[in-house]
Design a protein around this ligand. Structure first.
Ligand SMILES: *C/C=C(C)/C=C/C=C(C)/C=C/C1=C(C)CCCC1(C)C
Length: 238
């Protein structure tokens, strides 16, 4: 078999490679730190490690797929997200549970994240002609999540859970508002509908490459960053 090499100007393959490495390193870090994490925060830090570990396995696959075919591994990208975004919702639930978060709140967050991801998948794959419409529905679910963590139940419970949890939740809320907003940017670059009909990248191959690079950067920021906020919380609060 021919040995595949990453060309020096192949930024898509490069970011898949770096993404794999970063997710693996973060997972090792979170898992090894479990041993000196207090009982109270162990599950939260474990979930941080699960998020980056699930991503590491998907990235390993997506990296190989992209290198061999040059294509965008859209299906496994979404499989990854459908597993990891609900786990991020679990993180919000776990840290506010001490202040009385109910399981219903977790289901609300998970349901909204599934609507956000499934509609995004439709717009990217089976119904690309209506990518703007699917993007708007997905965006509405996204704003609902942002609302819950900024002003809704999550933020109220975090206030009651003490200053450290409140502070950490505020940082995570910034991740949702700014870090997660990178994804719709990738979607706008890579789908035919563009930004309400305005295409920012005309060439379809270049558009899908731009989308992959943006998604890869966003994943590294959000999955590892989110995990580190939880890790920091587990060190600050006793
Ligand atoms: C680890 C993976 C994460 C945090 C993925 C998050 C993904 C999103 C916030 C995606 C959002 C989208 C929209 C808000 C509209 C367009 C379609 C999506 C799915 C890209």
């Amino acid at each position: 078999m021919e040995h595949l090499k990453i060309a020096s100007d192949n930024y898509v393959a490069f970011t898949f490679f770096i993404g794999t490495m970063a997710m693996m390193a973060a997972s090792v870090f979170f898992f090894f730190e479990l041993g000196n994490t207090s009982q109270k925060w162990r599950t939260s830090v474990l979930v941080s490690g699960l998020i980056t570990f699930i991503a590491a396995v998907h990235y390993y696959y997506m990296r190989g797929y992209n290198l061999e075919t040059g294509d965008s591994p859209t299906f496994f990208r979404y499989v990854d997200w459908i597993l990891t975004v609900p786990l991020m919702c679990v993180e919000f639930y776990l840290i506010t549970k001490k202040a009385g978060a109910k399981i219903g709140l977790l289901w609300k967050l998970i349901f909204a994240s599934l609507v956000m991801l499934v509609t995004g998948y439709f717009g990217e794959t089976i119904d690309r002609d209506n990518s703007v419409m699917w993007g708007i529905i997905s965006g509405a679910a996204y704003f609902y999540i942002a609302y819950l963590v900024w002003f809704g139940e999550v933020s109220k419970l975090a206030q009651d859970a003490g200053p450290q949890v409140a502070k950490a939740t505020r940082v995570l809320a910034w991740f949702v508002l700014v870090g997660w907003a990178i994804y719709p940017l990738g979607y706008i670059l890579g789908t035919p509908g563009g930004l309400f009909g305005i295409q920012l990248v005309a060439d379809p191959a270049a558009a899908s490459h731009a989308m992959d690079i943006v998604y890869n950067i966003a994943d590294a920021i959000n999955k590892i960053g989110f995990g580190l906020v939880i890790y920091a919380l587990s060190r600050n609060e006793d």
